[in-house]
Ligand binder design. Sequence first.
Ligand code: ADP
Ligand code: MG
Length: 319
Amino acid sequence: MVQTLIDTTPPLPANAVQAEGLIKVYKGRGGPKKALDGISLAIPRGSFFGLLGPNGAGKSTFINILAGLVMKTEGRVAIWGRDLDRQPRAAKAAIGVVPQELNLDPFFTPRELLDVQAGMYGVPRAERRTMEILEAVGLADKADSYARTLSGGMRRRLLVAKAMVHTPPVLILDEPTAGVDIQLRQSLWTYVRELNRTGTTIVLTTHYLEEAEELCDRIAIINHGTLVACDTTRALLGRLDSKSLILTLDGDLTEIPAALEPLAPELRPDRQMVIRYKPSAMPVAAILEAVRGAGLGIADLSTEETDLEDIFLQLTTRQ
Ligand code: ADP
Ligand code: MG
């Protein structure tokens, strides 16, 4: 069992992160820019939470406010039950952030970097887990190499290691797999999943939607600084209420039987027929009955779910 600087004795907060009415206005040279326009969001303790949104939606701004790297303009934030304004140190100690940018001091070695970071968080020497963490992110053999000699993927993993030195109960990863090859991505996810399994709350932003769909149990979608969806991944995927039934017929078909026209089937090569339907309104059995009733034989069938991509586009492309 790993030691935590944070009190993890009960009662534990129900929400690892709670944000209310979060507003951020950047005072840029080109005039003020409202990056967050009143975001209220709860991230349940223990969840693997996805924060999605198109480029410029405000994801990094949100995350950087939680991390204490960007000052919010208005609103309230509590991390692990600690108010960011009233208990800033305690709130910061509960969180580890893997930033979007790969900035690392090129003349530090991974071992030095983790030691400095542990010192900053006041982790006593005897409790430091430098090698254990480097091992976990697959950098043990690079412990004494200069950061500038590490590849992009290794730097990304070193940033994950750095965010974990104080064993925060909440780990936030901002687009951690951008530019990381598939193999490293897999090993990173294996590690992060294990952290989540053992109780760490994970907050992830990514633009790989399949990745979010596979990993996250809850997903929030933001667009133009406002929350457009926040639900369990399952509920979100069920929201569109649309599925496709793909039938392989046992004979050639050149035109759609009149009896099936109301179902608006689409004919595809290789004797395939695709029927889109609303699961809430029409059971598959009824469709199959109609197809058989029209005198068609079915050699094979499968159904296709709507995926996160469909929902994401539906929620973020309309103005
Ligand atoms: P995301 O991470 O979702 O791509 P960001 O939070 O980085 O979005 O940005 C949200 C909006 O705020 C964008 O329009 C961006 O240009 C603007 N923005 C981000 N950082 C700054 C900054 N430091 N100064 C001014 N505007 C900024
Ligand atoms: Mg970003």
